[in-house]
Design a protein around this ligand. Structure first.
Ligand code: FE
Length: 192
């Protein structure tokens, strides 16, 4: 068994004008694929060959963890975006956001503050803690909430390859675009 590159859940050009087809194609077809390929190269002929990607992320360290976590994070990231996304979280997630942050705008501000505060590459996450309450996390490099106690609901890739072609080094403008694409329905589906 090997780890597979998940297909994009939409066409690469369908996230315009917030992310270009070129960015999405290269990000998925080169960067994400390279992490998947690196995992498969590393697990071939080892005890991890039959393991799921989740288990590899949870149970390994070093170069295999880095590649596996990046492969997992990217698979999650693509689901966090959708054409004509954005708007406000509804339903149970909307209620939790109201309780935790006051409103979605405050959530976005707190998320952006954390994302802009991360020096270098990594990820910003909306998570649900074991007690049920929501929180914001940032992880460095390939770090992922999967190795902790909290459940990831939504993430934003903060590596420059995610946005440099479209926004150069302007992470704040990329974050504005991200919120126009946010897939709140997916985030709600991840609640415990
Ligand atoms: Fe990326």
């Amino acid at each position: 068994m090997s780890v597979e590159l998940p297909a994009l859940p939409y066409l690469p050009g369908s996230l315009l004008p917030h992310l270009s087809a070129t960015t999405v194609e290269l990000h998925h077809g080169r960067h994400h694929r390279a992490y998947v390929d690196a995992v498969n190269a590393a697990i071939a002929g080892t005890e991890w060959e039959e393991a799921t990607l989740d288990d590899i992320v949870r149970q390994t360290q070093g170069a295999l963890f880095d590649a596996a976590a990046q492969a997992w994070n990217h698979g999650f990231y693509w689901q966090c975006l959708r054409p004509r996304g954005g708007g406000e979280p509804q339903g149970r997630l909307g209620e939790l956001v109201k309780r935790q942050f006051g409103d979605a705008q405050r959530l976005r501000e707190e998320f952006n503050r954390a994302a802009l505060g991360l020096f270098g590459s990594g990820w910003a996450w909306l998570v649900q803690h074991p007690g049920g309450q929501l929180g914001i996390q940032v992880t460095r490099n390939g770090g992922t909430p999967l190795t902790g106690d909290s459940t990831p609901l939504l993430c934003c890739d903060l590596w420059e390859h995610a946005y440099y072609t479209d926004y150069q080094n302007e992470r704040a403008r990329y974050l504005d675009g991200f919120w126009q694409l946010a897939n709140w329905e997916f985030a709600e589906s991840q609640l415990r």
